[in-house]
Design a binder for this molecule. Structure first.
Ligand code: SF4
Ligand SMILES: [Zn+2]
Ligand SMILES: [Zn+2]
Length: 312
């Protein structure tokens, strides 16, 4: 049997785990480790715990709202945080945002609901329709500017998650953004000239939004879900290729294939740059003149999206 998964190198059945006597099923190309199922799963748990403690993301007794979309990353995050919460003694609840994307979100909602029930974690669903009086599909029909579906959706989702977390009294929000997402976001911010947003990418820049997977390759999270039988929605969102993110993902994956470990190096650079940018562009928070939410300009991003949806 040969496994060759994304950033993972090929491995044959005969090779032993670098940490124990079991048979290796995974070759972590950038570190040279060959790992069996248990040691690989343990390493993901350890990496996550290390990121949490390095950036002091969660303290004992905290209430953490985990944003669960029903995709692989968020369900793996819920699974891992559930395990860590017993050791670190913090509380978790799951929130799912229903954007109102026909034929896509329903399956994900069902998977998230069943998984939370299995883990005995409270699950709360909030919809764009209820919070913003329109679904994503309504917003796309109304849009007259060139904004991509993901820019509109991402802006609304951030606000929806904040509202949901506040509503269930869980002041820390954990999202499943992984190392690949971080790199893509950095490049997108560079391309769009949003240099000030790079400052907000540093894990120290916010206290209530945490990304415990920000130092883990996406391919390793997929592999974790696969070997631990974590169900997830495999059907992609019909709008995912509208933005530039997919092209950037493919480009960075191609670089990683040729130059093993390049993603880890990129992340190190991003952390240094975002730390400096945070100090340079750190603006004082203002109140949106429309809705009163905290933001860095006169009008918050949600109100700005709303005005662009209806602009004639
Ligand atoms: S791919 Fe884009 S449009 Fe689809 S759910 Fe994600 S952010 Fe929203
Ligand atoms: Zn092992
Ligand atoms: Zn506003």
């Amino acid at each position: 049997m040969i496994l060759n998964y994304g950033d993972v190198g090929p491995i044959t059945m005969k090779q032993k785990c670098s940490k124990c006597d079991m048979q290796a099923i995974f070759f972590r190309k950038y570190s040279g480790e060959k790992l069996c199922k248990n040691c690989f799963s343990g390493s993901i748990l350890q990496k996550t715990s290390k990121t949490i403690s390095k950036y002091k993301m969660i303290k004992r007794g905290n209430d953490v709202a985990v944003a669960v979309s029903g995709g692989k990353d968020s369900l793996v995050l819920l699974h891992i945080l559930n395990k860590i919460s017993r050791k670190l003694d913090f509380n978790i609840k799951a929130i799912t945002i229903d954007e109102g994307i026909k034929g896509y979100r329903d399956e994900a909602l069902q998977i998230a609901h069943t998984f939370c029930k299995q883990l005995k974690i409270e699950h709360h669903v909030y919809s764009y329709k209820k919070l913003f009086k329109l679904t994503l599909e309504d917003a796309l029909d109304l849009r007259k500017s060139k904004m991509s579906a993901c820019s509109i959706c991402g802006t609304l989702r951030r606000r929806a998650i904040d509202i949901a977390a506040k509503d269930i009294n869980h002041n820390i929000v954990a999202t499943a953004h992984n190392l690949d997402d971080q790199i893509q976001t950095f490049i997108i911010n560079m391309i769009s000239g949003d240099v000030n947003k790079i400052g907000f990418m540093h894990p120290d820049s916010t206290t209530n939004r945490i990304k415990p997977f920000s130092e883990i390759y996406e391919s390793e999270i997929v592999f974790f879900a696969y070997i631990n039988n974590i169900p997830f929605q495999s059907e992609p969102c019909p709008h995912m290729n509208e933005g530039i993110r997919t092209q950037i993902r493919e480009f960075v994956n191609m670089l990683e294939k040729e130059h093993t470990g390049i993603k880890n190096n990129l992340l190190k650079s991003i952390l240094k740059i975002s730390n400096t940018t945070k100090k340079l562009y750190g603006k004082e928070k203002k109140m949106c003149i429309n809705c009163g939410n905290l933001c860095s300009n006169d009008i918050c991003s949600v109100c700005s999206v709303r005005s662009q949806i209806t602009k004639t």
